[in-house]
Design a protein around this ligand. Structure first.
Ligand SMILES: [Zn+2]
Length: 446
């Protein structure tokens, strides 16, 4: 008899270790010394089937188990590092804030898996994920049919609540929530606004916003000097050399450089323009920002974009207009919304941890697999947070597997302790030994 939760945890370990299909599970069963009694491949299948059939109550027990483990892991991480890692924003770090990023991603399916459908990127499923930006781990996830919308309010609202509930209580008080996509819905913004209004909580959101006629009209009225230079992930202005620039590639002539992206705020034009308050249906704290960039050659442009040569993207935020310091500057308000390079990292990591390698035709079994795959990603994030340093603490799954998880080592019993024996010439031998000692020194969860 195997406990279902235990089998799922073993499956998550196998995926973290590089298993791509359930039959890879065998490798773990062959290493009893390390993993103890591991379920067989048929048991792993049966467990996924049982979780799929049992539905919501089992699902919430699994979620509760992961969230309890997170409380313990984060407490240990805070003890090790002094605090949880801050949110990196354009070369700066925002401490004391927990950042949740929502992202819909497309996974591809070749054959007729249940609810795999055509969508804007191809054919497959369209899961929605909520990631913690501080630690790079998934907090909540939802497998969805292929044609599910990128901006479906109901799904986003459910996921926001699940992601906040996944956080240890001490990390829920100061939140930043960002959501990509270009169509902030009333329901989502109203929900975030309500969460932000809770006494004793701070919540700053930023959500993608559609470019409609109303915004195009406002954009045409923005005076050129109201556009500020946007900054990139390192906090630097993105520039390129102008046509006909001088020969010195690092000159200081203003005319030789072209700023590639700018940011401006549209709130005033939309709320106090000649047509009155055009945002009165939206929360009073909500502000609208626009970013413009030089389009890539061959990009599909709207009429407005073709007309004036810029490509626009808009988003809304409740970041207070009187926010002091760097965080209140439009360039950083923009950077805070757009740290998507990192979300893509997390999604790439997910795809290297079973996301999309759905094993079954059955949608619910695949949803259970998604849980195992997300748990695998969580385990790797905690390993880095609790036991590794330097490059290894930032490494992607493939690197971790090659350098650490698949390194040849032996467990030896000496006295009452287990010791790890590893070839001293392996370049990461010291890091592995230290990590092993750190993991063993972790207190048992209460
Ligand atoms: Zn020059």
């Amino acid at each position: 008899m195997h406990d279902r939760g235990r089998v799922l945890a073993d499956l998550a370990c196998a995926i973290a270790d590089g298993a791509r299909v359930i039959s890879d599970f065998r490798v773990m069963a062959d290493q009893r010394e390390l993993f103890g009694l591991v379920a067989s491949v048929p048991t792993a299948w049966r467990t996924l089937q049982e979780i799929a059939r049992a539905g919501a109550p089992t699902e919430s027990r699994l979620t509760a188990a992961v969230n309890t483990a997170r409380r313990h892991a984060w407490a240990q991480a805070a003890a090790r590092h002094g605090t949880l890692p801050g949110v990196r924003l354009a070369g700066r770090t925002l401490d004391g804030v927990t950042c949740i990023r929502l992202d819909a991603t497309v996974t591809f399916a070749h054959s007729g898996k249940e609810l795999a459908e055509a969508n804007f990127k191809g054919f497959g499923h369209h899961p929605l994920l909520a990631e913690c930006d501080n630690t790079g781990e998934p907090l909540a996830w939802m497998l969805r049919r292929g044609s599910a919308g990128s901006n479906t309010a109901a799904d986003h609202v459910v996921l926001v609540d699940a992601a906040i509930a996944a956080l240890p209580p001490g990390f829920r008080r100061k939140l930043m929530i960002t959501c990509d996509g270009a169509g902030a819905s009333h329901d989502l913004v109203r929900h975030l606004d309500k969460l932000a209004a809770r006494r004793g909580y701070e919540l700053t959101y930023s959500v993608g916003w559609a470019l409609s006629e109303r915004e195009k009209t406002a954009l045409r009225l923005v005076p050129e000097q109201a556009w500020q230079a946007a900054i990139d992930g390192r906090g630097e202005v993105r520039e390129r050399r102008a046509d006909g620039a001088c020969a010195s590639s690092c000159c200081a002539h203003q005319a030789c450089w072209i700023e590639e992206a700018h940011v401006t705020e549209l709130t005033g034009l939309l709320r106090e323009g000649p047509r009155g308050d055009q945002l009165k249906a939206w929360p009073a704290a909500m502000r609208v920002f626009a970013r413009r960039e030089r389009p890539h050659p061959g990009a599909q442009l709207t009429l407005l974009e073709a007309e004036d040569g810029w490509r626009y993207s808009l988003w809304v935020t409740n970041r207070a207009a009187d926010t002091r310091g760097w965080l209140g500057q439009a360039a950083y308000v923009d950077a805070a919304h757009r740290v998507h390079a990192r979300v893509e990292d997390v999604i790439r990591t997910g795809k290297d941890c079973g996301l999309g390698h759905f094993p079954s035709h059955d949608f619910k079994i695949n949803a259970a697999w998604l849980t195992a795959s997300m748990t695998a990603q969580i385990l790797l994030a905690w390993l880095k947070l609790l036991a590794l340093d330097g490059d290894l603490a930032k490494a992607e799954p493939r690197t971790l597997r090659y350098r650490v998880l698949h390194a040849a080592a032996r467990l030896v019993h000496g006295g009452r302790r287990r010791r790890l024996k590893i070839q001293a010439t392996w370049p990461w031998a010291d890091a592995i030994t230290t990590a092993w000692q750190r993991v063993n020194a972790l207190p048992q969860p209460p």
